[in-house]
Ligand binder design. Structure first.
Ligand SMILES: [Zn+2]
Length: 364
């Protein structure tokens, strides 16, 4: 990788989708940064429809089926995301140290949430810190310091004695832990499939819920009122029937619950969207799912009933703003994806990026 060679001056010509309502005819990338002022000299011209680099807001780099993976595997994961047009990842928990990625101008940018924090024996083995509630504040503080402004909790999981999903953390501990994260400048998100953990987490001040399949008529207004975002990961929810079938014999109640959550997934996401809850794209790549599924997730949001422009914003302009990162403004890093056709007209266009530009360089 020629990190130290000067990037060529790029000109992107066609339709630059600066924002949902703002279209320009061209932009340039000079020294890896976007400018709308035509530079002197030679340029490499790319044509098409340009979007800001896509966001996968629930993705795990450095994580495989059985826990941490080595750097070479992590690199392959990040490259698969890049190829799909994902140039900004919110890593929703990883047991691996992927800090080395930050020095690589050819890999997607990662916003880390440290390592997942779960209740003892109530998550996938080798993924999380598995602790008891009395240690929650200390672990949240530790991961807030290790991450990039996020902390990830496992909010509910199967309770094998009860044979069903149930909340993992008492209200008091979770309130103290979220307050501590906020004091340290970090936002908090939690994995939640079921209904019963949601109210406590939101009233305790949580910033986001992953999956959120358990939203109900009671909790949708609460999320909306507090501005708590959700990242539905519909491509992951699609695996619920298989999980349910696998656990049918030992945990029939859990199995039936997972099937119900799956059956109502599109209605749940549409109700959340219609109530004004911020919805963002996440694929949950890395644990069991492949990397690079961002186009499928956007298509799933549309299938759930979110209009195409808002589904695009959930992976582009809106998601970047939510994460505090720039879009295609003057001076921003030139991270963008170019398509042959207008992705606003049909989000399936996202499945075939023509060019991926990262830090002003054409990739691949
Ligand atoms: Zn995940």
């Amino acid at each position: 990788m020629s990190d130290h060679e000067a990037a060529p001056v790029l000109r992107v010509k066609g339709r630059v989708l600066v924002g949902p309502d703002e279209v320009r005819e061209e932009l340039w990338a000079v020294g890896g940064r976007i400018t709308y002022e035509r530079p002197p000299g030679d340029v490499v011209t790319l044509t098409g429809w340009a979007l800001p680099g896509l966001v996968d807001a629930h993705c795990h780099v450095g994580l495989g089926h059985q826990g941490p993976v080595d750097a070479a595997t992590s690199e392959k994961q990040a490259l698969a995301d890049r190829e799909a047009g994902t140039l900004l990842i919110r890593d929703a928990g990883s047991p691996s140290d992927t800090r080395w990625v930050d020095a690589r101008e050819d890999l997607p940018k990662i916003i880390r949430a440290g390592r997942h924090i779960a209740r003892t024996r109530r998550y996938i083995r080798n993924f999380a810190h598995e602790i008891e509630p009395g240690d929650l504040v200390a672990y949240v503080a530790q991961e807030a310091r290790r991450g990039d402004g996020w902390v990830k909790l496992v909010g509910d999981w199967i309770d094998r004695d009860a044979g069903d999903l149930s909340a993992c953390w008492p209200r008091g501990e979770v309130e103290a832990a979220i307050a501590e994260a906020h004091r340290l400048g970090a936002r908090v998100t939690a994995h939640c499939f079921a209904e019963d953990a949601l109210r406590d987490l939101v009233e305790a001040g949580i910033d986001c819920i992953e999956h959120a399949t358990g939203l109900t008529e009671d909790t949708v207004p609460l999320f909306a009122e507090r501005g708590v975002a959700i990242v539905p990961t519909l491509v992951n929810i699609a695996t619920f029937p298989d999980l349910a079938a696998g656990g049918e014999t030992r945990y029939p109640r859990w199995s039936a619950h997972m099937r119900r959550l799956h059956a109502s997934r599109y209605d749940t996401v549409r109700a959340a969207y219609e109530a004004g809850i911020p919805v963002f794209t996440g694929t949950d790549a890395g644990g069991s799912l492949a990397h690079g599924l961002i186009a499928e997730e956007v298509a799933e949001l549309v299938k759930a009933g979110i209009p195409a422009l808002d589904a695009l914003s959930a992976t582009a302009w809106g998601a970047r703003r939510w994460l505090g990162r720039p879009v295609l403004e003057e001076g921003a890093p030139a991270d963008l994806v170019i398509y042959d056709e207008d992705p606003r007209a049909d989000v399936r266009v996202l499945a075939s990026p023509r060019r991926v530009v990262l830090n002003g360089r054409v990739m691949g």
